[in-house]
Design a protein around this ligand. Structure first.
Ligand code: HEM
Length: 486
């Protein structure tokens, strides 16, 4: 289905009405079951996850049971009340890590995504402090420098792909802020290798390697799976060399996330072993890089087509005057609303992690059997007409006019699995937004509306989001220079 958005951008989706699911099926194991053959469903899901979900909701209502060949049945939910109930259940009622094993071939089993129960709680406790509070503020300067370096490459009159530019930016943020590498041989080797490793997820065809186990055959580096394995081996070698070097040098007061993780200890004084450290780094890259880059590319695509939004943003930033430090920028209401609306309209993750009940569970009067993955659809919730009138219109004001509950607006998920990097991602988006709108006049060069399509586990723009700088604006002081004065 082709739908027009307010600014003429088309997403491959449908406006959702407010129909409800049939809760009187009496079939506790798989209510509202999609009737088409499982292989056809799997292909539909891989090729066009948005269309698959939208059609499911139109046909069956607020929840329906998808049956994807090889992955089994899962219930896709778009009713905020049901999602709210799931979030408010005690986390111990669900397994979540085992629903994520699809990415085990890339990350192995010993990382936060795969864990459940106490192991998950403990690992989250170790990782959490690196991403929040004062720690976050210490990364702002680095992020601002990265933004400056990337945007300085933009030449007036020379078209470029905003998605590629934002990927460069978010990869630098992960490599510098998370891995703690800024220069040197290892830094130079790591970046192309990480890009090549992530390349496996960048088209529906390549992503099939993840979904179809029989394609995961290592016949050496000429076979697609063999190449991925080889890259993984090299990545682990490089990361191990970095860890060895840091262990040899000892604590040098570094503030990057790898150093914090190496120093982190649980209540029993236990730290992470080397294999865990390497895998957590790759996990953070996998979940944090593409997600942030895509969100930023959509954000610039939207605001540079909306002069009124751009003007209002600039006025708001200018109103800060001398007080434009990263914290003040992060708190600007309209700038925040622009980021929120971007994440609403373009939810990078179509679904939350599956919540798998350990025992039969009743939600909104419907009983679901133990072992049935319950999957909340961010996309379907964010396009509900009753919550977001004219959902295909990019309208940041809606976030100033109304407060949304955690189950009505959930770009970062919720409950005990809420995205660990949500504050870092939003800080990056906000600093990039403030930096770019103050300095550049730009045009969108993609004349055709851009569709949303699958890229690995994410929903991404189908093109590189073409843009061109038409002129530079009068230089604004950099946020870091200002923050140094406050
Ligand atoms: C705009 C950018 C991002 C979006 C939209 C996003 C979205 C999400 C979503 C939807 C989940 C699943 C939550 C659930 O099922 O309840 C998640 C989990 C996670 N995200 Fe993000 N994410 C983003 C950026 C990042 C960044 C930058 C990092 C770190 C570098 C990160 C780290 C994580 C981790 C570690 C988890 C797993 C948490 C757990 O299992 O306990 N994310 N993210």
């Amino acid at each position: 289905m082709e739908l027009k958005t307010g600014n003429d951008s088309t997403v491959d989706s449908a406006t959702l009405d407010n129909t409800t699911g049939d809760r009187t099926t009496g079939n506790n194991t798989s209510p509202n079951r999609v009737s088409s053959p499982p292989l056809q469903q799997l292909l539909g899901w891989i090729i066009d996850p948005v269309r698959y979900q939208v059609q499911g909701r139109q046909q069956y209502g607020d929840f329906f049971t998808a049956n994807l060949s090889g992955l089994g049945p899962m219930v896709i939910i778009s009713d905020p009340k049901m999602i709210q109930e799931i979030f408010s259940y005690d986390a111990s009622k669900f397994d979540i890590g085992r629903g994520n094993t699809i990415i085990a071939p890339l990350l192995g089993m010993r990382n936060l995504l795969m864990l459940d129960g106490e192991a998950h709680r403990n690992k989250r406790k170790l990782l959490m402090p690196s991403f929040h509070g004062e720690r976050l503020q210490t990364y702002c300067q680095q992020i601002e420098d990265i933004i400056t370096n990337i945007t300085q490459q933009w030449q007036p009159g020379k078209p470029f792909g905003m998605l590629t530019a934002m990927r460069q930016m978010s990869l630098e943020v992960i490599v510098q802020v998370v891995f703690g590498l800024r220069e040197g041989d290892r830094y130079e080797q790591l970046k192309p290798l990480l890009r090549a490793w992530l390349h496996v997820l960048d088209s529906p065809l390549r992503a099939s390697l993840i979904f179809f186990k029989f394609l995961q055959q290592d016949f050496g580096t000429w076979s697609p799976w063999g190449r991925i394995q080889e890259r993984q081996r090299k990545l682990h070698e490089l990361l191990q060399a970095e860890i060895d070097e840091r262990r040899a040098v000892g604590d040098t007061g570094r503030s990057d996330i790898l150093s914090l993780l190496m120093a982190a200890r649980d209540e029993n004084g236990q730290g992470m072993d080397d294999e865990e450290l390497r895998t957590e780094l790759l996990m953070l890259l996998l979940v944090g890089h593409e997600t942030t880059a895509i969100s930023m590319a959509w954000m610039f695509h939207q605001i540079y087509q909306n002069p009124a939004i751009l003007d209002r943003l600039r006025q708001e930033i200018q109103s800060l005057g001398d007080k434009a430090n990263p914290l003040a920028i992060a708190q600007l209401p309209y700038l925040t609303a622009v980021c929120q609306e971007t994440l609403r309209m373009y939810p990078v993750a179509p679904l939350l992690f599956p919540r798998i009940p350990k025992e039969p569970i009743t939600i909104a009067g419907q009983t679901f059997a133990a072992g049935t993955p319950l999957v909340s659809s961010i996309y379907l919730v964010h396009y509900r007409e009753d919550l977001y009138p004219n959902p295909n219109e990019f309208r940041p004001e809606r976030f100033l006019e109304r407060q949304y509950s955690p189950s009505e607006y959930l770009p970062f998920g919720g409950g005990n699995r809420r995205c660990l990097g949500y504050a870092l991602a939003q800080m990056e988006m906000k600093l990039a937004l403030a930096h770019v709108v103050q300095r550049y006049e730009m045009l969108v060069t993609d004349t055709l509306p851009i569709k949303i399509h699958r890229r690995g586990f994410t929903l991404a723009p189908q093109t590189d989001v073409g843009m061109v700088v038409t002129s530079r604006r009068k230089a604004a002081p950099s946020v870091s220079a200002i923050s140094a004065r406050v």
